[in-house]
Design a protein around this ligand. Structure first.
Ligand code: GLN
Length: 521
């Protein structure tokens, strides 16, 4: 049986939502075992070493893989748990080829991009496909056609096709509306497809992103000039929620088109999904949430949190209206918010603003959810203002603090390299009896994803507990504090783990559900 692939590429410009398009295609065919593979052109081995301003949020998987944030879309839409190896980067691919060259594995040959690098790419794709017993491999190539960085992946697709794997190429383009003439313009799409043809790749399906739906005239023109049928040109208009995209594709029978092209049987029902989308679009109530972080200029830095709130909101029929508060700015007014979130983060900048927000939430009985750094700073705030430890801090923010209530994890003390060296991935959390955590999760142990180097300093745990802070979740050996809460507060919880990474539209995370529920009180 030939392997079956769907390859998603992009043209015209980046940022058109290729990840959401790929995830939506995955959703459309959810009764098949689809394995998403993302190929990034950069030379970083993984995005873990990149600032969120560079590339958006770093998504962390169950197995500890630090991967491109598109994996967040794949997991949220497709209800899967992805693996780190499914994110190829040029750093990983070249690293492998060069290390094999050093081992003499090429037997005297000149090692070249073609065939050695492209062979390595195809090998990795096929290994993933076979290992996962996939029915369809969904390859998304990052960037746009014509970028120097991702050329190797386009070439590997061309070869894959020659080698008789069954492939459907879906090209996502942009159709601008020229406002002065009020007309949709198809030329950028035609040019993007001509760049694909230069690489030996004829797209089978063209998905067109546009402000409003694709006009009939544009569809005809694109079909004619880009060598596809009219039914193979799919409209992808701007929408109020990304979760509507699978429904928009289904309405244009993209599922049937893929079924025919890949010679597969599929019959997916999106009724439940459609009901949730309806709740997102027509919520009964709106609540205002302050997200107090320092990467607020780039929304993608906190995308999983935004999405987790939307998921919880869909189940409660609440619209969480998120406002980003830059905590490096002074004098923020928090009085208009129904809830406050302090997300994860690194470094000193903005930390005092976050501590101020936590204090505000604690003293004014405003629902508060702290995530990772948000939990560490909640401890700093409590130590300073309740325990009376003046100048208490995290050693990350102030290495010379007299009271390091947050400090490096013991096994981080000798870590020098920055890449993939944090405490990463899924870990167990033991919940304490008679706590809100136990009440909400209704089980003794949960598993969540982590990404951190520091922890609540064990030396201060007893004093903090005596002062009223409850550590309601720990490691199984009770050594690392992983979840905290305050009694007699509407909702004050903070986790060392990242619940936002495991939230799905159809399976929202409990901490976000309960946080949102509390904002209504
Ligand atoms: N900087 C903190 C740590 O390394 C928090 C990390 C995070 O929020 N992901 O532990």
């Amino acid at each position: 049986m030939p392997r079956k692939w769907i390859v998603v590429t992009g043209g015209v410009l980046s940022g058109l939502g290729k990840g959401v398009v790929s995830a939506s295609i995955g959703k459309l065919l959810y009764d098949k075992k689809i394995i998403p593979i993302k190929c990034d052109g950069y030379l970083n081995v993984d995005p873990g070493t990149m600032n969120p301003f560079e590339h958006g949020e770093v998504f962390v998987l169950e197995d500890g893989g630090e991967v491109d944030m598109d994996f967040g879309h794949y997991e949220r839409f497709m209800n899967i748990s992805a693996k780190g190896d499914w994110n190829l980067t040029s750093g990983k691919v070249f690293g492998k080829v060069i290390s094999e060259e050093r081992q003499g594995k090429f037997l005297g040959k000149t090692v070249q991009i073609i065939p050695h690098v492209t062979d390595e790419i195809k090998k990795q794709w096929r290994e993933i496909y076979d290992k996962e017993k996939a029915e369809i491999g969904l390859i998304e190539i990052g960037g746009t056609v014509g970028d120097i960085e991702n050329t190797i992946y386009f070439e590997a697709v061309r070869q894959l096709r020659l080698e008789c794997d069954e492939i459907v190429i879906i090209h996502l383009t942009y159709v601008p509306l020229l406002s002065c003439v009020g007309e949709q313009k198809t030329k950028p799409t035609q040019q993007a497809v001509s760049l694909m043809l230069q690489k030996g790749l004829q797209p089978d399906i063209i998905i067109c992103r546009s402000k409003t739906g694709l006009e009939e005239k544009s569809r005809e023109k694109i079909a004619l000039f880009c060598n596809v049928k009219k039914t193979e040109v799919i409209s992808n208009p701007d929408i109020s929620t990304v979760y509507e995209l699978p429904l928009i594709f289904k309405a244009q029978q993209l599922d049937l088109l893929l079924k025919e092209k890949l010679k597969i049987k599929t019959n997916t029902d999106l009724t439940d999904w459609s009901n949730l989308v309806d709740n997102i679009k027509h919520p009964k109530k709106t609540v205002k949430i302050a997200m107090c972080g320092k990467y607020t200029a780039l929304r993608d830095a906190y995308i999983s949190i935004t999405e987790a709130l939307i998921h919880a909101g869909a189940h409660l029929s609440i619209k969480p209206e998120l406002e980003y508060i830059e905590t490096s700015d002074k004098d923020v007014d928090l009085s208009k918010y129904d809830g406050i979130i302090v997300p994860g983060g690194f470094g000193k900048r903005g930390s005092e603003g976050k501590i101020y927000a936590i204090k505000y939430a604690r003293e004014n009985n405003v629902p508060f959810l702290g995530l990772c750094l948000g939990m560490q700073l909640a401890v700093v705030e409590y130590a300073r203002n309740v325990l009376g430890l003046k100048g208490a801090n995290s050693s990350e923010m102030d290495p010379n603090t007299k009271y390091p209530v947050v400090c490096l994890l013991p096994d981080q003390l000798n870590v020098k390299d920055k890449g993939a060296t944090m405490r990463l991935g899924a870990q167990k959390i033991k919940l304490k009896k008679n706590t809100k955590a136990m009440e909400f999760f209704n089980t003794e142990k949960i598993t969540k994803r982590f990404r951190h180097r520091l922890e609540i300093n064990p030396k201060y745990v007893e004093d903090l507990t005596n002062a009223g802070l409850i550590f309601s979740g720990t490691t199984v050996d009770e050594k690392i504090m992983q979840l905290l809460e305050l009694p007699n507060h509407k909702f004050f919880m903070a986790s060392q783990f990242h619940p936002e990474l495991t939230s799905k539209l159809e399976e929202p995370e409990i901490l976000f559900l309960e946080f949102l529920r509390a904002t209504l009180k």
